[in-house]
Structures are given as C-alpha cells and as structure tokens.
Design a protein around this ligand. Structure first.
Ligand code: NDP
Length: 304
C-alpha cells in the first residue's frame, strides 16, 4: 500500500506496479498533493518550457493508471503497524491489509498560530495563493515568509492584486537568488523586513494586520497595514498524525529513514517524499525517493 499521491506516491506506484507487485495507492485529501496548488514548474526535468503543476500531477496519475496501478480515493485515518499484515483504516471505515507500506503523505502549510488566523479562516486568511488569489483581484494582500514559496506566491499575487506586501521576519530573504530577483523586479511588491504579524483586524473579513517592526530592538515600532488578504508561506509540517507515533520522527516531525535507503523504524514500512525530507523538499527529489521506496519495498517482499 502506498499512502499519498504526490510525486513520491505516484512514482512508487509506477515502479511497484511495473515490478509486478499488487499495490494500492490511497490518494488522500488533496489528490496530486502540493504541486496541484502551484503554478508553472520550471525545475522538473523533461519539460523545456516548464509545466503547470496540476498538469504534471495529472500526467503522473495517468502514467500510474496506464501501467496498471490501483489508484483509489480516500484518506488513511489510522494504521496498525504492530501486526502483519499491516492494517490501514480509511475514512468511511474500510480497512486494507498490506504486506508492506510506503508512506508518502507529504507536508501541509504551517500557520503562525495566531487566534486571528482561525477567526478569519476563509475570510481573508489563506495558505495557497494559487487557490485563492483570484478572489483578491485589484485588492491589497500580504504574504508572510521570505523563502521560495513566499516569493513565488507574492509574484503570482502581484499579477492579480494592486499591491502585495511581503512580511519577512529577518532582514533578508531566504529564497534563491532567482526568486528574489523576480520579486525585486515587481513595482507593486513591498517587502517589510524585520517585521512580525501580531494580529489581524476587520469587521467584515480581514481588513488589516497589526505588525511589529524590529521586535526586541531599540527601534521597535508597531504599525498597521490595510489589506484584504493574508497569505501564509512560512513552510510546511509533515503529515504524520495518522501514524499515531508508531514510526520514529525527528525533532521537526519528519519520518526518520535509514539513508540512503527509505526504511523506517518499523520493518516493512518505507517513507518517501516530503514527509521524510527536511532538507530538499523538491518534486524531483520526492519522485526520486518514491522510486527508491518502491525498490526497497520490492526487495523486502522478495526477502519474505
Ligand atoms: P522555507 O522554510 O524555505 O522558508 C520559510 C520562510 O518562512 C522563511 O523566510 C522563514 O523565515 C519564514 N518563517 C518561518 N516560520 C515563521 C514564523 N513563525 N513567522 C514568520 N516567518 C516565518 O519554506 P518554503 O516553503 O519557502 O520552501 C520550502 C522548500 O521548498 C525550500 O527548500 C525551497 O527552496 C523549496 N521551494 C522551491 C521552489 C522552487 O524551486 N521554485 C518553490 C517553492 C519552494 P526565516 O528565514 O527567518 O527562518
């Protein structure tokens, strides 16, 4: 059983199916995973002009299905790794028994942890510019974060919105030089460095954000900005809750694998993609570990 339908899951599915293993892939809440909410992907080899993220994942799914993979919708809510075969429970109650499991559940967007993020959820707070940006055409928005995701989202929004603030807690961007350049070249993106968000306000959805600049320094100041949308782009949290603590995780919550292989702390369970990757977190890296997990699972089954 392969749990998850990002590049890692589909690649594992293609490899296991072609190896003659009966494998079932459970797609999860967001079929296709994180790439379905991004725009053009220019760094996945094989597409000289780039490829739309949704299209890339649709292609991977089609390729898996074409080689005979059993791709099923559903969400694995719990799994019992203490017995063989392993037993997974899906939403709706169905159970699936599997001799080996590949966990490829990826990661989900992080939030700052402000009460106001919950208060305004769906009313101006979003963690996906490509999903929700359309609602903010010709409006003013803020993107929190200074990494590649934040730059990509700010750039995307700058083509729709009248103005985009980037709220960056350090005095520099962590993003790659190429992404930084893209952002710097846009007249309607304003970067607020050394700035943290402490709250949101508005009677009718988000109307603004309370910010603190230079927190803890002698030039600390508070300021409010008027915005219609507040986008989080501060990284991701690996999706491991359904495992119920049965696999060893690192201090950030990523599944620990026995590199260079994909074996986890439970024999017969392998992990691939972002759920086990605190370092690279790239689509091509996820696809690569999906391939490795499939080969590791195949060898494991052969040994049994
Ligand atoms: P990153 O971890 O790279 O960046 C997160 C950003 O959010 C940092 O600027 C960080 O600040 C900030 N941040 C984190 N927590 C908080 C907080 N509580 N309050 C305020 N700011 C916060 O995550 P990304 O999602 O941007 O990228 C993940 C990986 O995916 C990276 O390896 C990236 O290169 C890759 N990626 C590549 C793309 C591409 O190649 N086109 C596109 C998107 C992602 P600080 O710097 O202070 O820690």
């Amino acid at each position: 059983m392969i749990i998850g339908s990002g590049p890692a899951g589909y690649t594992a599915s293609i490899y296991t199916t072609r190896a003659g293993i009966k494998s079932i892939l459970i797609e999860g809440l967001q079929p296709g995973g994180q790439l379905t909410t991004t725009t053009t992907i220019e760094n996945f080899p094989g597409f000289p002009d780039g490829i739309d993220g949704f299209q890339l994942m649709d292609n991977m799914r089609a390729q898996a299905v074409n080689v005979g993979a059993d791709v099923r919708s559903g969400l694995v809510t719990a799994i019992d790794l203490s017995q063989r075969p392993f037993i997974a429970t899906l939403d709706g109650g169905a159970q699936i028994a599997a001799d080996t499991v590949i966990v490829a559940t990826g990661a989900s967007a992080k939030y700052l942890g402000l009460d106001d993020e919950k208060k305004y959820a769906g009313q101006g707070v979003s963690a996906c510019a490509t999903c929700d940006g359309f609602f903010y055409r010709r409006k003013v928005v803020a993107v929190v974060g200074g990494g590649d995701t934040a730059c990509e989202e700010a750039h995307y929004l700058s083509n729709l919105c009248s103005k985009v603030y980037m709220i960056v807690r350090k005095n520099y961007l962590r993003a790659s030089a190429a992404m930084q350049k893209r952002v710097m070249e846009k007249d309607n993106i304003e970067i607020l460095f050394e700035t943290n968000t402490v709250g949101l306000f508005g009677d009718n959805g988000v109307e603004g954000a309370h910010l603190v600049r230079g927190r803890g320094t002698d030039h600390e100041e508070t300021l409010d900005i008027a915005i219609d949308g507040f986008f989080l782009a501060i990284g991701h949290q690996p999706n491991t809750a359904f495992l119920g603590g049965q696999l060893d995780l690192d201090e950030q919550g990523y599944i620990v694998t026995q590199a260079p292989g994909t074996a986890t702390s439970v024999e017969g369970v392998f992990a691939a993609g972002d759920v086990a990757d605190p370092h690279y977190r790239q689509a091509i890296a996820a696809a690569g570990t999906g391939c490795r997990a499939a080969i590791d699972a195949e060898h494991y089954l052969n040994r049994q």
